[in-house]
Write a protein that binds this ligand. Structure first.
Ligand code: CP3
Length: 349
């Protein structure tokens, strides 16, 4: 591997410049991806190791990114559990047999990853053989997975999820228990296959109050991170709208916390504490604006960091499909250039 500044930043070690990667970096804003999607649907790509590797490597070959993220979807490991879903364009996952009662939870099978998702593990081995930057594996967090399983489709209010939580806490905890087992085994298998860091996506957890997070979610996320500790790889904990949950997310024990743009990066870092690395947090919508705006907002984030070790530059959430590729290319270059030791030395003169 020729570039390990991403892994160094996760460990809060000094780096020659700030590492950059993006959520949804292999997605519809890339012409090459859209072309491939004309021929294959997303799940076919994710389940065919050769195609999965090709798509994972697309953005890394195109831009000077410091990490690749495995191309997959958070729903993928749920299929072998008996969940029947489709990924609807511009909507997201739609589940045909949503979870409504205890019997639905009991019907979920936890299958060994080697048996449930052999294609993911094979893709990881293939990607690693070609990659010169670290490979990030990932999983949906139990709460975010549970919210899709219960709601049946993307939701704004998560009212079905909360109602199950409050009305049938035993069923909720049983569901979280099964998902925790699944996620932990899935991530451990990804590490065994070769991923060098993992990110737990709790994308929708920001809909919860701190009190509910602590009671219904934290014990499970913590068990996942603690269950990965012996593997000695950086663990990233990401969520959106988490400004009021950061101290609790820290308690789940990961090396890195990913934050979105709803909280300034420096305020988030103060709340999380200096002993942790931070990832974020440009609003992906900025990239739909003029380059000058992207530059301004990026500079603000980098100024807030004050060259402290332990920052990984990313968006606050994934790219929008109509993001101009030109802005992405310039952004990667700009972050590297603004934070490179040479640039820092020049400022001191
Ligand atoms: O580049 C990467 O970030 C890796 C690939 C990746 C995908 N999904 C591929 C994908 C990752 C990390 C995910 C995770 C994922 N999937 C999350 C967590 C991250 C987040 O965005 O919060 C969630 C909530 C999902 C569920 C999901 N799958 C949604 C909401 C959508 C979007 C629906 C749409 O059409 O906009 C999907 C589909 C999906 N997964 C796409 C991609 C690239 C969309 C493009 C396509 O259909 O080809």
């Amino acid at each position: 591997m020729s570039n390990d500044r991403f892994l160094k930043a996760c460990r809060r070690e000094p780096v020659d410049c700030t590492p950059v990667w993006f959520m949804r970096q292999a997605g519809r804003y890339l012409t090459e991806y859209r072309k491939l999607r004309e021929k294959y649907d997303l799940l076919t790509i994710a389940k065919t190791p050769g195609l999965c590797a090709q798509v994972t490597l697309l953005p890394v070959r195109k831009f000077e990114l410091d990490a690749a993220i495995l191309f997959a979807d958070i729903m993928l490991p749920l299929e072998a559990m008996g969940v029947n879903f489709e990924l609807k364009e511009n909507i997201g996952p739609v589940i045909h047999n949503p979870i409504r009662r205890c019997a639905d939870v009991e019907a979920l099978r936890v299958v060994e990853p080697e048996e449930a998702v052999p294609f993911v593990l094979e893709a990881i081995r293939l990607i690693r053989s070609e990659l010169r930057v670290p490979l990030i594996g990932f999983s949906g967090a139990p709460f975010t997975l549970a919210s899709y399983l219960i709601e049946g489709s993307p939701s704004r209010t998560f009212v079905q999820t909360k109602s199950l939580m409050y009305r049938e806490p035993a069923t909720w905890h049983q569901l979280m228990e099964r998902l925790t087992q699944l996620v932990l085994e899935y991530l451990r298998a990804q590490v065994r296959a070769g991923v060098q860091a993992v990110q737990l996506f709790d994308s929708w957890v920001g809909c919860l109050s701190p009190q509910d997070y602590q009671e219904y979610v934290l014990p499970y996320s913590r068990r996942i991170f603690e269950g990965l500790a012996d593997l000695k790889i950086p663990r990233i904990h990401f969520g959106t709208d988490t400004a009021t949950l950061l101290e609790l997310m820290r308690a789940a024990s990961s090396e890195v916390i990913g934050v979105d743009w709803r909280i300034p990066l420096d305020r988030a870092w103060e709340r999380i504490g200096k002993g942790y690395a931070i990832q974020g947090n440009l609003d992906p919508a900025t990239l739909l604006g003029p380059w000058k705006l992207v530059q301004e907002r990026t500079r603000e984030i980098l100024q807030q960091v004050e060259a402290r070790p332990g920052h990984i530059f990313n968006l606050g959430h994934g790219f929008y499909p109509d993001t101009p590729v030109e802005n992405v290319a310039r952004l990667v270059e700009f972050v590297h250039e603004q934070t490179s030791s040479k640039e820092k030395a020049r400022e001191l003169l």
